[in-house]
Design a protein around this ligand. Structure first.
Ligand code: SF4
Length: 398
């Protein structure tokens, strides 16, 4: 099997290790896979140089050799290749004299691929090269471990192919707060947290979600809906927080299911996906929107940790909410290192006409991206009210 080229011991899923570069590497399957892939490629390219072949062509050549008469389409399906990659590599193999393309005898439009005598004369050497690499990388692994790992690896490859081919990936949730009295104003709610975010706010206290650690365990839809069904008497709303929930194309499908069950829906967003926000509102999938306001427009980029981010999208979302198409609240988290009186005054003017602003203090109970930051203490509650009240209808300070 071709994916066995990439076989490797599983990385540990719970330990945090410090490498020689002093960096922490936790659950970095992506990096491990990348290193293994590049090392394998280097080995094969070197060994195959004398045949003018490369690592990219080898699995295709072996597939043709072991299934004479196979079509390009079958190879693409079996090896999860795109059409362009197959065409390019088959053409190269033909030009090198390793493969012939013949018309099918049963279907004149179909083309079949066959190896030439040149291929047959070198295949035993190629199998030897493959075997040597395999024996090298499995050194020290017990035979029974190898059998079970091979099975697990095959399962992983199968799931990876299925997942990569999905048209629309379902939104995933990695954390939940089973009962919140304040996430949805005046309602009791279940709060679900998506993973990943397009911002990198240094004061973010959901660093594990933003960087989406590979060992985060997804909460199943079955468990979510079972919990909602079992707790209808106390919960009437579902809040979707993150990370940034609107990044996920499968969100609307999930929200339809929630709405069909009769729950209210709140979405908390950083405002950077105005089109998605408008669509969810227009489709009546959202009953309440919470939008983060990070700082004054001038200091927005520093506060979200992205120096080149154009804030037009945030502006568009803010203006959309100000029109009142859906009930909303703006949320601000104040941090000593990012917000001074001038910034807040500028924010207040920017939010002119807003209905509801909720000011939160920096919470240190999560995993902060920058743990050196502090809650804002140099401006007191009264001053905050004085700054925002001329521009915002209700200012709530938590
Ligand atoms: S605070 Fe919100 S917007 Fe900022 S990085 Fe964290 S999840 Fe993303």
């Amino acid at each position: 099997m071709f994916y066995l080229f990439l076989l490797k011991c599983q990385p540990s899923h719970d330990k945090l290790t410090k490498s020689e570069d002093g960096m922490n590497h936790q659950n970095d399957l992506l990096m491990d896979t990348s290193i293994l892939y590049r090392s394998t490629q280097k080995y094969y390219d070197k060994q195959l140089e004398m045949y003018n072949l490369t690592y990219a062509q080898l699995p295709i050549l072996i597939m043709i050799y072991e299934h004479e008469g196979i079509s390009s389409q079958q190879i693409a399906k079996e090896g999860s290749y795109d059409k362009g990659t197959i065409t390019k590599n088959v053409q190269k193999l033909v030009s090198l004299g390793y493969v012939r393309v013949l018309h099918s005898l049963t279907d004149k439009r179909a083309k079949e691929l066959y190896t030439t005598d040149l291929t047959k004369s070198i295949m035993s050497k190629i199998y030897g090269i493959r075997r040597d690499w395999w024996q090298h990388i499995i050194q020290g692994i017990q035979a029974d471990q190898l059998v079970s790992f091979t099975q697990m690896y095959q399962d992983m490859v199968k799931r990876a192919m299925e997942f990569a081919n999905q048209e629309q990936r379902p939104v995933q949730f990695f954390k939940q707060q089973k009962l919140s009295m304040k996430a949805y104003p005046d309602h009791t709610s279940l709060v679900l947290y998506t993973g990943g975010c397009n911002f990198r706010c240094p004061y973010c206290n959901q660093a594990d979600l933003v960087f989406l650690k590979e060992n985060l365990v997804e909460i199943s839809y079955h468990d979510i809906f079972q919990y909602l069904d079992d707790n209808r008497s106390i919960i009437d709303a579902v809040c979707i927080d993150g990370g940034e929930p609107l990044m996920h194309e499968g969100l609307s499908t999930f929200l339809k299911q929630v709405k069909n069950k009769g729950f209210l829906v709140k979405v908390q967003t950083n405002g950077s996906f105005p089109d998605c926000l408008k669509q969810l509102v227009n489709e009546n999938l959202v009953d309440f929107v919470g939008m983060d306001i990070k700082n004054s427009p001038k200091k927005y980029r520093t506060t979200i940790g992205l120096m080149d981010y154009p804030i037009d999208d945030v502006e568009e979302s803010k203006n959309f909410l100000l029109k009142g198409s859906v009930p909303y609240a703006f949320y601000m988290t104040l941090v000593e290192e990012f917000h001074n009186k001038q910034d807040l005054l500028s924010c207040a003017k920017w939010l002119d006409g807003a209905n509801h602003l909720i000011i939160q203090t920096l919470e240190r109970n999560g995993e902060l991206i920058d743990p050196e930051l502090h809650p804002l203490t140099s401006i007191n509650r009264e001053s905050l009210q004085e700054i925002f009240r001329p521009y915002v209808n209700t200012v709530e300070i938590e």
